[in-house]
Design a binder for this molecule. Structure first.
Ligand SMILES: Cc1cc2nc3c(=O)[nH]c(=O)nc-3n(C[C@H](O)[C@H](O)[C@H](O)COP(=O)(O)OP(=O)(O)OC[C@H]3O[C@@H](n4cnc5c(N)ncnc54)[C@H](O)[C@@H]3O)c2cc1C
Length: 323
């Protein structure tokens, strides 16, 4: 059998590839968070940034459509050519399954064995925010039932393609950060916090369904983490109030009006290529309407430079975003 690495020698490399993985562990972190660990020889080729970090690296999961078996993905394997998405979309949904976007919570490189040491397999963690109480979806349902041994195809960056595609957190030389998100952004914020050096300060503000979902965060930075429990409140209500208390508009510092985005027909996604200043850099992700309102506040009322703010609608209440 040829390994994934040997196969790549004969492939035309592309920025992304499909990874055939299996669940190796499942851990219920809290009432609404479930960590699924994946492993497989393909992971040797999984990309990360130059420092070996994944930060907010987004990946695609190929899930079975409800009521159907695992997607038939024989044409989605190895390096993905430019037309793979179009070809995949042309298949019947019962065959192609559904695609959902998630974040790599952590990637652990494997080590080969030696005479005295057992080999350690590479592993990749994804933290799923379960939304089973109200309207559920294929990803949430899959994660709730996942067991060691289950198969999964993940689309992510190819380590051999010089640059790692899918990372939006680019703070440049910013000395202060503002990291804001709901439960779907917690995995990204956790990975970002782990990467920040001691001289970076600021705030991370995170809203989750209940206090039992608060997590230990590990960071060497001076960033203060504030957890908010939503309880029966509106989604994003606590987040909006806390951001207003952390970042207060200067008396006469009104900024430009950001153009309106129709969040029901477009995905709210505005990410600067790289922050240029040394001041505050903001990274904001979660439910699209909540993020749109925070964008208005930070750009218009606070007057933040749009080149220093990344806004990302990770999901839209009442809609299943097409993969
Ligand atoms: C770049 C990026 C990174 C992401 N990273 C993560 C991650 O690491 N972990 C994570 O859990 N999510 C993450 N998400 C969000 C995730 O893709 C969505 O929540 C997705 O809709 C879940 O798919 P589903 O099949 O469960 O639900 P869908 O089929 O997409 O949606 C079904 C219904 O559920 C609702 N819904 C979807 N998500 C939620 C939610 N969280 N709470 C309440 N209702 C919801 C929808 O509005 C819809 O009505 C990320 C999204 C993006 C764009």
């Amino acid at each position: 059998m040829t390994s994934a690495v040997e196969e790549a020698g004969t492939e035309t490399l592309r920025p992304i590839r499909a990874f055939e993985l299996r669940v190796s562990a499942v851990q219920q972190l809290s009432p609404h968070f479930r960590r699924i660990t994946f492993t497989g020889p393909d992971l040797e080729l999984f990309g990360s940034n130059a420092e070996g970090r994944t930060l907010d690296l987004r990946i695609k999961l190929m899930l079975p459509s409800p009521g159907h078996p695992l997607p038939e993905l024989s044409h989605v394997c190895g390096s993905l050519q430019e037309d793979w998405y179009h070809n995949w979309r042309m298949l019947d949904e019962s065959v192609r399954g559904v695609m959902r976007t998630f974040t790599v919570r952590s990637l652990r490189r494997g080590t080969p064995g030696s005479d005295s040491l057992e080999p350690v397999p590479a592993e990749l963690d994804i933290d799923f925010a379960l939304h089973l109480d109200g309207v559920s979806g294929p990803a949430s349902e899959w994660a709730a039932e996942a067991q060691p041994g289950d198969a999964m195809t993940i689309i992510g960056p190819c380590a051999r393609w010089g640059e790692c595609v899918g990372i939006e957190f680019v703070p440049g030389f910013a000395q202060r950060v503002l990291l804001v998100g709901d439960e779907t952004a917690v995995p990204a914020v956790a990975a970002i916090l782990e990467s920040l050096p001691a001289h970076v300060g600021g705030h991370a503000v995170l809203e989750v369904p209940e206090a039992a979902d608060f997590q230990e965060m590990s960071t060497s930075s001076g960033v203060e983490v504030r957890w908010l429990a939503r309880g029966v409140g509106a989604h994003g209500g606590a987040l909006a109030a806390e951001v207003r208390s952390v970042v207060v508009p200067a008396a006469c510092d009104r900024g430009e009006d950001p153009e309106d985005v129709d969040i029901d027909s477009t995905i709210l996604w505005e990410t600067p290529a790289a922050a240029t200043g040394h001041g505050l850099y903001a990274w904001i992700a979660g439910e699209a309407a909540v993020i749109r309102d925070l964008r208005r506040y930070l750009v218009r009322e606070v007057g933040m430079d749009r080149n220093a703010v990344a806004f990302m609608g990770y999901w839209r209440q009442g809609q299943a975003l097409p993969g």
